[in-house]
Design a protein around this ligand. Sequence first.
Ligand code: GLU
Length: 491
Amino acid sequence: MNQVRVRYAPSPTGFAHIGNIRTAMYDWLLRKHFGGSFILRIEDTDQARLVPGALEEIMESLRWLGMQWDEGPEVGGPHEPYFQSQRLDLYKEAASKLIKNGSAYYCFCTPDRLAEMRKNQEAEKKPTGYDRKCYLLSKEEINQNIENGVPYVIRFKVPDSGTTVFTDAVRGEITFENKLLDDFVILKSDGYPTYHFASVIDDHYMEITHVIRGEEWISSTPKHMLLYESMGWNPPVWVHPPLILGTDKSKLSKRHGAVRFLDYRDKGFLPEAMINFVALLGWSPGDDQELFTIDELINRFDISGIVNHPAVFDVSKLEWMNGVCIRNSEPDRIIDLCIPFLKDAGLISDALNDNENQYVRTVIALVKEKLKTLAQVVDHTEFFFKNELKYDEKGVKKWLSKDYVPALISNVIKHLNDVIGFTAENVEEAVRIAGDELNISGGQVIHPIRMAVTGRTVGPGLFETMAVLGKERVIVRLKNTMNETADIIAD
Ligand code: GLU
């Protein structure tokens, strides 16, 4: 294969979402697998729809995933500029070439006339499309209009008959009837190219070998093929990965979760989990392996693995993968990533002293294995930071309302007070002795004490939790709970 040159060509008209990122990821994986260049090209020709901040967010998403582009904004490259709005002369020149060779023509029709034409076509139940009024203008009429400054667009003259055929690497040969295609605009009256035109011109000059883009672009491809043909250029390999649907089989939308790709980062997903998950939305390794490191993906990724049926976005699968990645990750990294979530939730202060910092790190390490997202650290550790517990209602009914509980707690307090070296083993021994003395054992001891110390029915190992909390906190909580349970039992 020649040097792979792939491009991710976002329009900065909104925030990057999963579909955009999947396209970029397949470009990047292909480039990493075969070598070559991954190009970031900004398709900013629809000036009215540009959204401030969108480009920064797109670049931030790629950087967060570690998908650095080889050419494009900020890094430059041999085909600068990488913003279409800065390449207008190139498109004008190409459009003139098409006018000269008879493949394109000036159109002076006003928006009002076009609306009227469309209305009539609809009323007569005819296919809508440009009626080629301006195709019939004489050279003199055209020159006159241009001289008079009449605004114009440039349209591509689609052949009246025949078919346009192309091969999609995922679906095989696809055929379109030319008569169903409209004479589409290639250059708008503001001098900007349309998407179709700019994309073809740039893909050619940037020497793109594979165009990877979502299935929704298949219907644009015959237009692009016609443009390549009339310019006398060879088209790239077309690759259209499938649609991404929600678990309810409808097109992925807001209802299915985050719209902004970076929301996943903000909710505490790890980049390697996102890469693993998104790569599998439309690509299959050919066996049932589901967990991949980034290097494994790079090794195994190939266009032949892109599937020809819709991909299903299942957030519970993403959470599972993220949990695996959190567990496989170095504790210190996860701890560092979790701390901002605790700060944002107001559970810890911005400036921690050494002791507090050590405590926070130990607490996070204790729950790390249980996290599916980093954001869950807040819920899992809240009780470590607040002595006023939120008691789980069912747990209160089931474990704290028993008659024996006040005596148990008070005996546990007594034995814990005597513990020197508040380690998990020493705590366990003290708690067991306290229970044995009252002839209470096993779950009858563990569950009420867990409720008393954490307010919860589940959590990390009880004795480890108590050891981390430390003697002082544990005893304060046991006493608080005793007062509460006295009320509960009195009720
Ligand atoms: N600018 C188009 C988009 O926003 C790119 C489509 C293509 O890759 O050709 O999706």
